[in-house]
Design a protein around this ligand. Structure first.
Ligand SMILES: Nc1ncnc2c1ncn2[C@@H]1O[C@H](COP(=O)(O)OP(=O)(O)O)[C@@H](O)[C@H]1O
Ligand SMILES: [Mg+2]
Length: 236
């Protein structure tokens, strides 16, 4: 089944064409990396899928429903950004519970779901700590749990490990890969790091200057890069 369908999508900021007739299909349950250099339009595409920006042309379909003009809160999405800070005055538990409280979820459901998520991110003992008491990697795991608490169909991750040091990034990649296989969600993961994309994703979408140059499994891209840009960018 197709979870996200992007049809002929274009976006301009003033005179600058940032996305140029993008077409993309993401299957339900897949973890797909959007890989490309800085400024190639990856975050803009994610922001349009989330509903923070409107395209100039084209459409987004989510689970078969045309969603280009649907409100952010009605899209059933979770996001994590590189610098999407946790609420500093709330505990880990309350950070994760935040979206459910807004939606007036019952207390027993909140308790049950936060407990499950704490297990999934392996931070059960940290439930009553505040963000300043956590490491960078722990904070991003809490941010992921917070995004997942509303049971989104789609998870949008924009360089979520970008601010962390190399070793922690590696651990989190491995962890995200494993964790993704345990939950029913479709994930789009933005990165400019080819190694990160290869280690995490089922499928990689390579961006250059507002267009998609190639889509495929890591092995397909390595064996058959479609042009010199892909070849150079993947260091082949
Ligand atoms: N709100 C905005 N207003 C004007 N230009 C923008 C805006 N957001 C992004 N851009 C420009 O769009 C281009 C693509 O940016 P972005 O989508 O952030 O790329 P990436 O995530 O691949 O680094 C860049 O040239 C950036 O400066
Ligand atoms: Mg970006």
């Amino acid at each position: 089944m197709v979870s996200i369908l992007i049809e002929n999508l274009s976006k301009k900021f003033q005179a600058k064409q940032v996305l140029n007739h993008i077409n993309l299909e993401i299957q339900t349950g897949h973890l797909v990396a959007l890989l490309g250099p800085s400024g190639s339009g990856k975050s803009t595409l994610l922001r349009i899928i989330a509903g923070f920006e409107q395209p100039n042309e084209g459409a987004i379909w989510l689970s078969g429903k045309k969603s280009t003009n649907i409100k952010i809160q009605d899209r059933q999405l979770g996001f994590v950004f590189q610098d999407y800070a946790l609420f500093p005055h709330l505990t880990v538990f309350e950070n994760i519970a935040f979206g459910m409280r807004i939606r007036q979820t019952t207390l027993s459901t909140i308790q049950y779901r936060v407990q499950q998520l704490l297990q999934l991110i392996q931070l059960e003992k940290e439930y009553d700590k505040y963000p300043y008491q956590l490491s960078g990697g722990q904070k991003q795991r809490v941010a992921l749990a917070r995004a997942l608490a509303i049971e989104p169909k789609v998870l949008l991750l924009d360089e979520p490990f970008g601010a962390l040091d190399v070793r922690v990034r590696k651990d989190l990649r491995f962890w995200l890969r494993k964790f993704h296989d345990e939950i029913p969600v479709t994930t789009l993961f933005v990165t400019h790091d080819q190694q990160e994309a290869m280690e995490i994703a089922n499928e990689i979408v390579i961006f250059e200057n507002g267009t998609i140059c190639q889509t495929g499994l890591a092995k397909e891209l390595i064996d058959h890069p479609s042009n010199n840009f892909v070849k150079n960018f993947l260091d082949l």
